[in-house]
Design a protein. Structure first.
Lengths: 92, 218
């Protein structure tokens, strides 16, 4: 096996590990707050896939920048919208 | 075997004068498309965020009805397919047609297995009357809000499955083309771009899994 295949295998093993972890975390009684560790782990898994399976780690800066751009805009959208909902009383 | 390992240079299209420039342009183009996809799915994730915030209790009750182990199994299947696809791209890059076709076959079968598992899950939802609409039957504090959970579930996993289906069709097309001709081996960017699409579809699922299967697992 060449070096690149071994690297891919390591990433797959890490992804499986993170999947087991995120599933286990969901069973920890945290009230309704399990989504925070779950999403943190999802972001970690996404990072591994983008950097290694999508080869961004070995790509030009232009590709790196583009790959980040979408997620930056999306986090702005999510952040500003939820800010509106949590900062004013919501009729029940 | 000589036929299966191409050593000829990559085909250069106008206006490119070197393979590196052509490759970067192809990858950049695909990433720009993927950014629009992030925002397309992002709209639905925003809807999920707002409704979950507004109807937390109903979402927790509805989440009870999800089979977390099916979601976990599907995540594992999809991760493995992402792995075989990444290796397929590497095979295409080094001109190894035999391994490219083998890895494409594995990826395709894993993708099809994912759709089969998801199809089975949809079936159980129909049987349990958890499909939004006239037949929706849910006993809980707020059935209307619980219905929203399932509307989001079917819309988002459905849109994800549609992307999977397109991916499977593309793998089939490029696989058959590669099996029948040596020409695609001189166009490795096609495979790299397809690999990016497939990895992106994996990523979407990595967020659907905790948001729909790990809400309140039992």
């Amino acid at each position: 096996m060449n070096k690149s295949t071994i690297e891919h295998l390591k990433i797959l093993a890490s992804l499986f590990l993170l999947l087991a972890l995120t599933t286990a975390v969901a069973f920890v009684p945290l009230g309704s707050w399990n989504w925070i560790p779950n999403l943190v782990l999802s972001v970690l898994m996404t990072g591994l896939i983008i950097l290694f399976f999508m080869r961004v780690r070995y790509s030009a800066p232009l590709i790196w920048l583009t790959s980040v751009a979408g997620f930056v805009w999306l986090s702005l959208l999510l952040f500003l919208i939820i800010l509106d909902y949590i900062s004013r009383p919501w009729p029940q | 075997m000589a036929d299966n390992v191409s050593t000829s240079p990559e085909v250069l299209n106008f206006p490119f004068e070197e393979p590196a420039h052509q490759r970067e342009t192809a990858l950049f183009g695909m990433w720009v498309f993927l950014v629009t996809e992030v925002l397309f799915f992002g709209g639905m994730f925003t809807a999920y965020l707002v409704y979950r915030y507004s109807h937390l209790q109903a979402f927790l009750e509805a989440g009870r009805h999800q089979e977390w182990y099916l979601g976990a199994l599907n995540t594992a299947v999809l991760m493995t397919s992402g792995f075989t696809m990444a290796l397929a791209v590497q095979a295409a890059r080094r001109g190894d047609r035999t391994w490219l076709l083998r890895l494409f076959t594995m990826t395709w079968l894993l993708g099809a297995a994912f759709l089969a598992i998801e199809g089975y899950e949809y079936h159980t939802k129909f049987v349990e009357h958890l499909v939004p609409g006239n037949g929706f039957a849910f006993t809980g504090s707020d059935p209307a809000a619980a219905q929203l959970f399932f509307v989001l579930y079917f819309t988002m996993t459905g849109m994800h499955m549609f992307h999977m289906f397109i991916g499977l069709m593309l793998i089939l097309f490029f696989g058959l083309w590669t099996a029948g001709s040596t020409r695609p081996m001189h166009k490795p960017n096609c495979f790299e771009v397809l690999g990016l699409y497939w990895a992106f579809v994996d990523i979407v699922w990595l967020f659907l899994y905790p948001l729909f299967y790990l809400v309140n697992p039992s």
